[in-house]
Write a protein that binds this ligand. Structure first.
Ligand SMILES: Nc1ncnc2c1ncn2[C@@H]1O[C@H](COP(=O)(O)OP(=O)(O)OP(=O)(O)O)[C@@H](O)[C@H]1O
Length: 251
């Protein structure tokens, strides 16, 4: 089947972001060029305070860069308003965060269906997609539960379903296992690997180098800059052994 979509899902050029808080300005991102190709699983890793989350927030339109540009799926985002970025985050960018960010007053089913309904997907189709994803993520029977009634690992799986319900070309994950125990961590990493194997493009931010080894490309971030960019597959068939390595380490 032919695919006319651009091979490059994301291109960032010259991204700069300085935070102005209480104390001295924090130069979180100091000039980042980054290209992510369709189907890649890229991990950005580095120490606390390196600027990883800031970079991910820029790429998802949650914060605006002071300088630089971002192309998403071949389209420049330079002129995007907040409202347009919000639309992108419902349709072309899925995001999962460390603390899930589910709507606590909505059921599991409604949390997952919401982005689809907001994107104009007919309710019947949104329900069917929600049911398919929740079943795939091992959450059948939890549709009517409220987020607060679920374990952390289950909540993160709901968040993953919500992020993927509109089939976004790009999934951004910011420390998705950061608040989970080792079992939840294994689940989330196994699921990310599974979606990647089916072609999902993923950009994962983590301070945990072991989790980063599940990706097929690892970018090291330090003091606001990319200091290393290593493809782990070496050009041979995509490396899939990383996740089992992670699991062994964690067991
Ligand atoms: N909203 C903000 N206001 C002021 N400073 C900020 C803000 N967000 C981040 N910073 C600062 O920017 C720098 C980079 O932070 P960032 O959270 O991007 O790093 P990180 O690599 O994701 O760290 P961690 O792994 O601890 O989450 C840090 O010095 C941080 O204190």
């Amino acid at each position: 089947m032919s695919d006319d979509r651009p091979a490059e899902v994301l291109r960032a050029e010259g991204l700069v972001k300085t935070h102005h808080g209480e104390g001295a300005p924090a130069h979180a991102v100091r000039g980042v060029d980054l290209s992510v190709r369709r189907g890649e699983f890229v991990a950005i890793t580095g120490p606390s305070g390196a600027g990883k989350s800031t970079l991910l927030h820029l790429l998802g339109g949650l914060q605006r860069p002071d300088a630089g540009s971002i192309r998403l799926d071949g389209t420049s985002t330079d002129a995007y308003t907040e409202a347009r970025w919000a639309v992108e985050r419902r349709t072309r960018i899925g995001i999962v965060f460390q603390f899930f960010n589910l709507v606590s007053s909505l059921s599991v089913a409604d949390n997952v269906e919401l982005p689809a309904l907001l994107a104009g997907v007919p309710p019947k189709k949104a329900r069917a997609e929600r049911a398919r994803l929740l079943s795939e993520l091992g959450l059948e029977g939890k549709e009517r539960s409220m987020p607060g009634e679920l374990s952390g690992g289950e909540q993160q799986r709901v968040a993953l379903a919500r992020a993927l319900v509109n089939h976004p070309p790009l999934l951004l994950a910011d420390e998705p296992a950061g608040s989970l125990d080792s079992k939840g961590t294994r689940e989330v990493m196994r699921l990310l690997s599974r979606f990647h194997q089916r072609g999902q493009t993923i950009l994962l931010v983590t301070h945990d180098a072991r989790l980063a080894s599940a990706a097929d490309r690892v970018i090291s971030f330090f003091d606001g800059r990319i200091v290393d960019d290593a493809r782990l597959d070496g050009g041979t068939p995509p490396r899939r052994a990383g996740i089992s390595g992670v699991l062994e380490l964690r067991d």
